[in-house]
Design a protein around this ligand. Structure first.
Ligand SMILES: Cc1cc2nc3c(=O)[nH]c(=O)nc-3n(C[C@H](O)[C@H](O)[C@H](O)COP(=O)(O)OP(=O)(O)OC[C@H]3O[C@@H](n4cnc5c(N)ncnc54)[C@H](O)[C@@H]3O)c2cc1C
Length: 402
């Protein structure tokens, strides 16, 4: 029997699954389809991958009932310290410190383990009566035209929908099939991510250190996994030249921990890698359009940015917030949730904001990835100046909250 829904979401990664949940939590009939089985995505072991969820993303997760299902407490980021530095040397004293308390909020954002978010999503997806989940399954588009969309799943199930959402990540087959072009930029760097345990408390402070080959971020975690050698833990996002990153990834855990220590400095005492470490090539990408007939792109299917500002996933959450609100508004008004007018509103709401974020992260990467002496000095003075100019500092703080 054909299943008829308002919205069919292809891809149940963090963005697609959150969007489907947010729609269904409002009583909107939706289906979500993922090529991979969902339970293995919530691996039982701590794996070191974490997300910085900005203040602006939290309401989406709360309204969708996901936040309350997080199995471990998210760690608030109350202070962000920005500094210029070099491996093995203390950060420049011309730094910049953002304190949430100075901006009248309790936190800029929260650190959440990727596994924790998956556990919460997997708990929420089957609990919503207006949501149908198909995983593992793939979807073939039989028809995408003025009247709607018709899909046939690999399970044999047929689905009709008013709106199709591509949430299958960077390689998005739906985006490609719609002929939407993509701009790409290769930073020729790799991002290494993971977690480490440390001797002294982090005080819910994050450090963004601009090293000559790329930024290094330490982000506070609520607690270390069981059996850690030290009582506190943080995540790291370390971007470096590809050849160096490959060398680092080939080191054993003890040698890698020593390299981490050279970048983190002394403030956290002794450090040791915990869980796995991951590396991925840093490439920005951006779809020329976020929509086609009856189709909307969300998350990494639409954009991929440098991790320098930790906003990659948050951009996807903002896509989901915007699209869920537009669809709900249309349905409340008895209108078509996949109409050209709605899709134009979605693109107008999201694409310029993502362009601005892509531009800002690119400029930061270029400015801070430069070790030429005069530029480094100007950068250090600039950082110190921002620290003293209240309104400018406030503007940066608001951007960090997403
Ligand atoms: C190694 C690594 C580490 C990262 N670390 C961080 C980090 O620390 N912090 C951070 O903010 N961001 C990080 N990112 C980026 C972050 O993971 C992405 O921004 C985020 O996952 C995007 O979510 P998404 O749901 O749009 O896409 P994805 O997470 O890519 O999810 C896509 C989903 O679609 C499914 N799918 C794919 N093809 C099909 C198909 N044909 N049919 C049906 N389903 C399909 C996949 O199975 C998957 O579940 C990292 C990325 C990588 C690769």
């Amino acid at each position: 029997m054909t299943l008829d829904v308002s919205v069919a979401v292809v891809g149940a990664g963090p963005v697609g699954a959150t969007l489907a949940t947010a729609l269904a939590a409002r009583g909107i009939r939706a289906a979500v389809i993922d090529a991979a089985p969902l339970p293995p995505m919530e691996m039982p072991e701590f794996d070191g991958r974490c997300y910085a969820i900005s203040r602006g993303s939290r309401p989406l997760l709360e309204d969708a009932g996901i936040w309350e299902h997080l199995p471990e407490p998210p760690c608030p980021i109350e202070t962000i310290q920005v500094a210029d530095g070099e491996p093995g040397r203390p950060p420049s004293r011309l730094g910049l410190t953002f304190r949430a308390a100075e901006t009248d909020v309790d936190a800029f954002g929260w650190m959440v383990e990727a596994r924790s978010l998956r556990v919460a999503l997997n708990a929420r997806l089957p609990a919503l009566p207006s949501l149908s989940v198909f995983a593992p399954a793939t979807a073939q588009v039989l028809e995408r035209g003025p009247d709607g969309v018709r899909l046939r799943l690999s399970t044999g199930q047929e689905i009709t929908a008013r709106l199709l959402v591509a949430a299958e990540g960077r390689a998005s087959p739906l985006r490609r099939a719609a002929g939407i072009a993509v701009d790409r930029l290769d930073y020729h760097r790799m991002g290494m991510v993971g977690a480490f345990a440390h001797e002294y408390p982090h005080g819910n402070q994050a450090l963004e250190m601009f090293l000559p080959n790329g930024p290094f971020a330490q982000l506070p975690l609520a607690e270390p996994p069981a059996g850690s050698p030290f009582p506190h833990a943080s995540a790291f996002v370390w971007s470096d030249r590809t050849a160096i990153a490959q060398r680092m990834m080939a080191l054993d855990d003890a040698a890698f921990s020593r390299e981490l220590a050279r970048r983190v400095g002394d403030a956290l005492g002794q450090v040791a890698l915990v869980g796995r470490r991951w590396a991925y090539p840093l490439k920005a990408m951006h779809a020329a359009r976020y929509t086609a007939e009856r189709l909307a792109l969300v998350g990494d299917a639409a954009h991929g940015i440098h991790p320098i500002a930790g906003q990659g996933l948050n951009l996807g959450f903002h896509d989901a917030t915007s699209l869920a609100a537009l669809v709900a508004e249309a349905l409340d008004a008895g209108e078509d949730p996949g109409s050209p007018a709605l899709l134009a509103r979605y693109q107008a709401a999201r694409r310029p904001k993502t362009v601005a974020m892509l531009g800002a992260t690119h400029a930061l990467e270029r400015l801070f990835g430069n070790s030429f002496g005069p530029i480094r000095l100007a950068r250090r003075l600039g950082i110190a100046a921002v620290d003293r100019i209240g309104p400018l500092k406030q503007a940066f703080a608001r951007a960090a909250m997403g």
